[in-house]
Write a protein that binds this ligand. Sequence first.
Ligand code: NAP
Ligand code: G4F
Length: 347
Amino acid sequence: MARRALITGITGQDGSYLAEHLLEQGYEVWGLARGQANPRVSRMRKLLSDVQVVRGDLLDQGSLISAVERVQPDEVYNLGAISFVPMSWEQAELTAEVTGMGVLRMLEAIRVCSGVSRGASAGSSAQICSGQIRFYQASSSEMFGQVSETPQTERTAFHPRSPYGVAKAYGHFLTQNYRESYGMFAVSGILFNHESPRRGAEFVTRKVSLGVARIKLGLATELRLGNLEARRDWGFAGDYVKAMHLMLRAGNPEDYVIGTGRMKSVRELVDAAFSAAGLDWERYVVTDQALHRPAEVDLLCADPKKARAQLGWEPRVSFDELVAMMVESDLRLLTDGGDPDQDSSWP
Ligand code: NAP
Ligand code: G4F
């Protein structure tokens, strides 16, 4: 019988790539979608017609229990979150509820539906029983924040710099705690930034690729950005979702850092993207203090050795290939008269 996966965050970037990957692996894929008229659900259905939808919201415990009862998943991937860091300062409480407490609600839904009691016998000595639901939590390199060492490993201390990073750290420790308390197969992937043509337009890579495409096609004359000196370890989302799956198929439940091990600055990103379209970025980019963050994460760089050694995972798409892929995709989108459907209301 086909394995069954339940994905929260199915309408997001990673949800779409993960669903495609699991469908290719022969899974029956269910996506948890919220809202009574969520336009991103119909868009997702067009892209992924084989995904079945179950309604639910990470803010609503009962809906998660119903979803797990209905789907009877072998694997749950918790990708749902408020994931845009600047929004987490503006709506800190909502971020804590969705990105942090949402993890607790999903773990509780699995615990209740699996019949795992809170009794002492379910404590740290509990065995991982066969047939149990395996759980993946989308942890983030934002938890490292103001980094204490470079590159960052599974053992690097956390010092989150945003309400988002703090909420992710809560979800991370809670996942570890459910593994230790109830013997659940519950793991976290500490993923560094990963991008694609499906990335939301509010994130810097997509903002830049869309900006380059607009300028190239004469639809805009400038691109307004914040901190050009921040450095990130950027990879391709299609590569990273494979690591999520490998973590849930591993022999033991463990956490892994997933990234490329290479850092680039926003300035280098901008240079690469404008160059890919034959443009000189210095003629078009305007920096704007209003786009700087209250507390910045200056640099992030993964040490993905453990994932390579234990999961056999490696990123395939290079930074230059990723940037070229995104610029080409947005040029095609705008040339075809497409409305960048993930256009952002953020500046
Ligand atoms: P994304 O594109 O922003 O998608 C976020 C998803 O969360 C959307 O499907 C959204 O659904 C859903 N969601 C929001 N509020 C919800 C709620 N109350 N209940 C249920 N679902 C809700 O994010 P992504 O880039 O795919 O990232 C996936 C996950 O990985 C996130 O948890 C993110 O924080 C984490 N992460 C991402 C990166 C990265 O670089 N991409 C790196 C590390 C960790 P709606 O359509 O209903 O809004
Ligand atoms: O693309 P960003 O908004 O991504 P950020 O904040 O690194 O977060 C992303 O990666 C995390 C993993 O490390 C995820 F957990 C999280 O969910 C999300 O997917 O910003 C990247 C950098 C920042 O340093 C920011 O200050 O780009 C800098 N930046 C400069 N100008 C800008 C802009 N970021 C945005 N979004 N917009 C700008 O105009």
